[in-house]
Design a protein around this ligand. Sequence first.
Ligand code: SAH
Length: 251
Amino acid sequence: MKGSLTIVGLGPGAPELITPAVTDALKDSTDIVGYSKYIERVKDASGKSFHPSDNREEIDRAELSINLALQGKKVVVVSSGDPGVFAMASAIFEVVDKKNISIDDLSIVVLPGITALLAASARLGAPIGHDFCVINLSDNLKSWDILKSRVIAAAKADFVIAFYNPRSKSRKNQLSEIYNVLRKNCKSDRIVIYANSISTESEAVFETTLSEADASSVSMKTLVIIGSSRTKKIRNTGYIYTPRYSGVEKN
Ligand code: SAH
């Protein structure tokens, strides 16, 4: 029988933020592949074969899941958040592309999940209510020059900027250097938010400004959001939002 490969997102952490489509795909699977911490989140599904692996082994994991599906298994690959946002979907399609795998050999479906930015945004209010961009600070797949040029362009264009993977084992000072780049390219009163472990028991949100921002309290579980020049806090509610307009006068 033709196997299937379903690439799913488990959302930011809370079980109720997993979509019904993902829950159904997990129930229907024979094999579940993913980073061991994410597999832990779905382990109560009985009668399945689990294939946990280390976080860094994305291509090995992609190859394993494709091979299992080619053997006729119903494979689900789990990512946190959304599988298309700095996660397994690209790694799998890289292998599918390289190995010339045909849709006649296996069916591939991607099921979305709530990415960390959307969960953090809802928690904070509406910080991405106007134009925003998302940058991966992990440096193992792109050069520092490319990263820096993208940060400068985003700052100059006055986007709200979200940084995924703000802490890198190989470059501990990277976020501080990024703050210095930002300070040279936009006003230092911009709001900076650290959204930690959103929707989990250890959820914590911290707010500062670009001039005060200290990168040392950031971990791999933090999403860093830099407000645009318009992002602000409503004093009486604590909510942070970015107005829907810029360069257009509104009453
Ligand atoms: N595919 C995931 C992102 C994987 S990259 C998604 O769509 O959310 C891992 C990074 O995502 C972390 O370093 C952190 O910056 C962010 N992240 C993931 N879950 C998070 C959460 N619950 N709260 C805050 N940030 C989170």
